[in-house]
Design a protein around this ligand. Structure first.
Ligand SMILES: Cc1cc2nc3c(=O)[nH]c(=O)nc-3n(C[C@H](O)[C@H](O)[C@H](O)COP(=O)(O)O)c2cc1C
Length: 201
């Protein structure tokens, strides 16, 4: 039963062409299927999370600490992001590739949600994520093409997001590519729209 959907968007492009547009198409499909679900959205382009401060890191890496008022305040946003993630059944996150990786605002959000004892813990085998029975859909737009050709292997955006979300415990991670937007934007958009329609809900 899908009760909560967390939507994270990171592009500065609000036109009907980019990762936001494709993400909205996915969101519409989810909304149609799970009409009672609560949707929580964050626009990381408009509201980029701050980089981690020394106080935040101290609190994050010492989960047993009794927090004073300033520590409590410093960790509030991270707590909120973690709670949203842990209570969601679906994460829909979209972003452009920036310099072969994720935009820095997405990385800042990730730094807030990857927290020992809260969203994962270490085991002898590696790390165990605390996300249970949730799925994620990641929309990645790229100027060039990475699925084949000379840049194959250089997509550190979708591979990073897939690895990270799987490590946190997501049972299923689907990636929708909007690739080659700077080379052949029409084909890129058409292929991504077809992938949205094909996405198994
Ligand atoms: C700062 C910046 C860095 C970028 N780096 C890359 C890159 O490394 N590889 C690439 O293929 N495209 C790169 N691009 C192009 C975008 O990924 C591409 O235009 C994408 O379609 C934008 O998606 P959006 O419309 O969802 O924002 C970059 C664009 C910007 C603004």
């Amino acid at each position: 039963m899908v009760q909560r959907i967390l939507v994270i968007e990171a592009s500065h492009n609000y036109e009907e062409t980019g990762s936001r547009y494709i993400s909205r198409r996915v969101q519409e499909r989810f909304e149609k299927k799970y009409s009672d679900a609560i949707i929580v959205c964050h626009d990381l382009a408009k509201n980029p999370p701050p980089h981690l401060s020394g106080t935040m890191l101290h609190v994050m890496t010492n989960p047993q600490l009794e927090l004073d008022e300033s520590q409590q305040k410093a960790i509030e946003l991270s707590d909120k992001f973690c709670d949203e993630l842990l209570s969601s059944d679906i994460l829909l996150i979209s972003m452009p590739m920036w310099n072969w990786g994720v935009p820095s605002a997405v990385k800042a959000w990730i730094d807030h949600i990857v927290r020992p004892q809260k969203t994962f813990h270490y085991t002898k085998e590696g790390i165990k994520g605390h996300i249970n029975h949730a799925r994620a859909v990641v929309v990645v737009s790229t100027g060039a093409v990475y699925s084949n050709g000379p840049l194959k292997g250089m997509d550190h955006t979708s591979s990073y997001m897939h690895g990270l979300l799987t490590a946190l415990g997501f049972e299923r991670v689907d990636i929708i590519y909007l690739e080659g937007t700077k080379i052949d934007p029409e084909t890129s958009l058409k292929n991504a729209e077809e992938d949205v329609e094909r996405l198994e809900l």
